[in-house]
Design a protein around this ligand. Sequence first.
Ligand SMILES: CC(C)(COP(=O)(O)OP(=O)(O)OC[C@H]1O[C@@H](n2cnc3c(N)ncnc32)[C@H](O)[C@@H]1OP(=O)(O)O)[C@@H](O)C(=O)NCCC(=O)NCCS
Length: 329
Amino acid sequence: MADSLRAAVTGMGSYVPARIMTNADFEKILDTTDEWITQRTGIKERRIRTDGESTLTMATEASRQALAEANVAAADLDLIIVATITPELPFPATACLLQSELGAGNIPAFDLSAACSGFIYALTVGDQFIRTGTYKKILVVGVDVMSHFADYTDRGNCILFGDGAGAAVLEASTDERGIAYTVLAADGGGAGFIHAPAGGTRLPTTHQTLDEGLQFIKMQGRDVYRFAVEKMQWLLGDCMAQCNLTPDDVDMVIPHQVNMRIICSAVEKYNFPMEKVYINIDKYGNTSAASVPLALKEAMANGKVGPGSTVLLIAFGAGLTWAGAVLKL
Ligand SMILES: CC(C)(COP(=O)(O)OP(=O)(O)OC[C@H]1O[C@@H](n2cnc3c(N)ncnc32)[C@H](O)[C@@H]1OP(=O)(O)O)[C@@H](O)C(=O)NCCC(=O)NCCS
C-alpha cells in the first residue's frame, strides 16, 4: 500500500576537508579574537577546502559512504537530489555530475537551492516520491563550499562559515522507521537579509563587481539572528505538536549548526536539556546545507542516536527559508 510507505534513512555519509581554520588563524588576518568568536557563536574552528576539493568531490565522498552504509549500489538508485547554494558549475546541476561520478543509471538528478534549510528541503522532496510509491531508493545530499562566498576581510560574517558535505540514502520502508513528518516554509521578503548581490543575472560578474566584493555574502546579522531564534522555536513546537511528541519523547534535536546562542534560545523555550541537543558547531562552523546531515551522521557514528531513536531536524537559512523533520531511525 503506497500510503503506508515511509522513507527510512538506511545509510549516511559525510565529508569535511582536512584543512582546519581556527579562530587564532582569524586573529592573524582580522581585527577579532578567539574570545569574541567563541562567545558570540560557539565556533572554535571550521574546515576549508584546498585545491582539488570542490562541491562535487565532497558530495561524491559523502555519497559513497552513505551508499556503502546502506548497502545500496549506485546503479540501483532511482533519484539523486543535491541541496546546495555553491554548485560545482553554474550549470548543469551538481546532481547530474554526481550521477555520472557515482556510476548511477540515467535516473533523474537535480539540484535544490534552499541554503541552510536545503538538506531538509531535499529530504522532504525525497520523502514525497517514496510515500507515493514513485521511487524506492533515493540519494539526498547537502553540500556547500561556503568559503567560496566568504569575504575574509569582513569580520562580521566570514568567521561563521565552513565547508562540508553530508549524504543520506532513503529507502521505502513499511515499518515505523523513517520520516514521520516534514514542514517547509519560506519568506522571500527577507531575501536581502543574507545574500550574494552579484554573479547572477541581476548583476552579472564584472571587474567592478569583483573589485567591490559583491560576489561575497552580505548579511544583516542581527535581523538574521532574530528571525533564526523565532523560526527555530516555531519549528520545534510545530514538529512536536504535529507528531504528538513532548520533549521527553524526543531522543535528540539535530539543529542547523548556526550559532550556539541561537540554538540555546530555541531549545530553552521547550526546556530541552542540552544533552538532547546535538552540537558540533565548535568544530565545523556553519556549513549551510551540509550542517544538519553532518551533525546527524556524527550523532549516529558516536552512538548518541541509533535504531529506534526519535530525532527532530530543524534548520533555517537564506531565502529566507526554514524547515523541520521528525525522523524515526
Ligand atoms: C554575526 C553575529 C555573530 C554578530 O553578533 P552580534 O552580537 O549581533 O554583533 P553585532 O553584529 O551587533 O556587532 C557587535 C560589535 O561586534 C563587532 N564585531 C562584528 N564581528 C566581529 C568579529 N568577528 N570580531 C570582533 N568584533 C566583531 C561589530 O563591529 C560591532 O562593533 P561595534 O559595537 O563597535 O559597532 C550574529 O549577529 C549572528 O550570529 N547572526 C546570525 C547570522 C547567521 O547565523 N547567519 C547565517 C544564517 S544561516
